[in-house]
Design a protein around this ligand. Structure first.
Ligand code: ZN
Length: 134
């Protein structure tokens, strides 16, 4: 793992939260992107080397809707950048961590991603992400 690539924050409404985070971080949202596979609308901010990813559900029964229902808005996951997602997935699986997807899947912001089950990580949902070269 190289660094914290981004922190994912579950929000009810991007219309409300984008202006809020623009004020908080004093920078503009640089990208909005729908991720159909996760049923989310995302919005990105860049601060130094780290990004903030706001996540808004686009489905009533989507993962972010369910998360907000249970825990309210707030930090949803921490994403670490990896150079080789396949070998990192293998390493973590061998260490006893449970991967939520068997193969890397397309995520927002031109990434391949894999999530680890929070039951093995002190309740923290961890995302591995690797930049896809174009
Ligand atoms: Zn993420």
């Amino acid at each position: 793992m190289n660094k914290v690539e981004h922190i994912g924050i579950a929000v009810k409404s991007l219309d409300v939260s984008i202006p809020l985070f623009e004020k908080l971080l004093n920078c503009k949202c640089y990208k909005k992107e729908v991720v159909q596979s996760e049923q989310v609308n995302t919005a990105f901010f860049q601060k130094g080397e780290t990004k903030i990813e706001l996540l808004e559900s686009i489905a009533v029964d989507g993962v972010i809707s369910k998360y907000i229902e249970k825990k309210g808005e707030g930090i949803h996951h921490i994403a670490f950048e990896v150079s080789d997602i396949d070998s990192e997935m293998k390493r973590l699986s061998n260490e006893g961590f449970v991967l939520l997807n068997e193969k890397p899947k397309p995520g927002a912001d031109n990434k391949l991603v894999c999530f680890l089950h929070p039951k093995n990580t002190n309740g923290v949902l961890v995302e591995l992400c690797m930049e896809v070269r174009q």
